[in-house]
Design a protein around this ligand. Structure first.
Ligand code: DAU
Length: 350
């Protein structure tokens, strides 16, 4: 065991975000954990403390508002809670935003990770798990998959910042013999995701009768992972993984953006009784994303053989759960967001 997953005191950075909050809910609601989860989160635009309302009164949960870049705050947290592990989710994650304004990605993703690693260097009994992305490997053609040994070839400021943070994690593990692990996940989706990402943006745009914006031809391919499956994979890595190892975490479905959008439209029409043809007529083609990666695909054999983990949710199951969740939890500002994207590609967004 890399860290005491029964009674440990674990710091979750970015725990109010989409993936971090799914991890916290998973640990507190689906495992026998009796330790403490401390959520350190700055509550930036994509994060929402409401994501954790179902666990906020759980005696195994604490919330600290703050920045991973604050050295003294990390020391204070450790003094109070005696940390055994850090699961590092906190990051700027949206590719389009990184194209528009890369600087914050450098601060949060690179310098923030560096600060946490320096903190672990000062307290080497703490295990550090870094959440990364398959995007660091760049873009695939029609064939092939990313393995843990694939070369890094990031194409956006976002993926470059994640690649840099991965290298820092590896180097701190090797140089200072720290207990580190790293995982690269494919595209996550599910309830509570901020509607700048493809799936919630499309669901909410269906709900708000907005256009459905496709970049370029819509032929780009992604591998989709239900967020609760991702949370379980990380928990299993903490339990059964090995120090300094890297694990790729892939989903169950690989499909083009256009095919995915047609699936969303079809499920949405089925669940709500709306007219499928009318929904499809709202598909709008926008200029392509600069540096747009064509395809991501993950070879999940290492995590399956060494950890015994495989994604459980089919796309059908995951999408239905996600659409049903958004139907009862509408985000008020989605319409504005769709407009922001359209203006962005017309070069007018601020
Ligand atoms: O692969 C993991 C990565 O997946 C994560 O590391 C990133 O944080 C996450 O943002 C995601 O990156 P993508 O760029 O693949 O996700 P996004 O939801 O932005 O876009 C998915 C695909 O859909 C991509 O090919 C771009 C396209 N797209 C996206 C939006 C928002 C559209 O065609 N229209 C849109 O409006």
């Amino acid at each position: 065991m890399l860290v005491d997953i029964e009674k440990g005191h674990l710091l979750v950075t970015g725990g109010a975000g989409f993936m971090g909050s799914a991890f916290i809910r998973f640990v507190l609601q689906k495992t026998n954990f009796s330790g403490l989860l401390i959520n350190l989160d700055l509550l930036t635009y994509a994060e929402n403390i409401e994501n954790l309302s179902s666990v906020q009164n759980d005696p195994r949960y604490r919330f600290v508002k703050g920045n991973i870049n604050e050295k003294e705050l990390l020391e204070q947290i450790h003094k109070e809670f005696h940390l055994d592990g850090i699961i590092h989710f906190a990051a700027e994650t949206h590719v389009d935003r990184s194209i528009k304004n890369p600087e914050i990605f450098i601060h949060t993703n690179i310098l923030g990770t560096y600060q946490l690693l320096e903190f672990v260097r000062a307290h080497p009994s703490i295990h550090f798990h870094h959440i990364s992305t398959d995007e660091v490997y760049g873009s695939l053609k029609e064939e092939g998959v990313f393995t843990e040994k694939s070369p890094y070839a990031p194409n956006s400021p976002y993926s470059a910042s994640k690649a840099a943070s991965d290298h820092l994690v590896r180097s701190f593990g090797e140089t200072y013999d720290l207990s580190t692990t790293l995982s690269h996940a494919s595209n996550n989706y599910g309830p509570y995701q901020f509607p700048e990402k493809f799936i919630p943006l499309m669901i909410l745009s269906c709900m708000e009768e907005k256009s459905l914006p496709i970049y370029g031809t819509g032929k780009n391919i992604r591998n989709w992972l239900y967020v609760e499956d991702h949370a379980e994979a990380i928990w299993n890595i903490l339990e059964r993984g090995k120090k300094k190892e890297v694990y790729n975490i892939g989903g169950t479905s690989e499909l083009s953006n256009l095919d995915l959008l047609h699936s969303i439209i079809s499920f949405y029409a089925k669940i709500t009784g709306k007219n499928q043809e009318e929904l499809a007529s709202r598909i709008t083609y926008l200029p392509d994303r600069p540096g747009h990666d064509f395809r991501y695909a993950i070879d999940g054999s290492k995590i399956s053989h060494e950890i015994g983990w495989k994604a459980k949710h089919s796309l059908l199951e995951g999408l239905s759960k996600t659409i049903e969740w958004y139907l009862i939890h509408p985000y008020k500002k989605t319409g504005d967001y769709v407009k922001w994207i359209e203006l962005q590609y017309a070069g007018e967004a601020t």
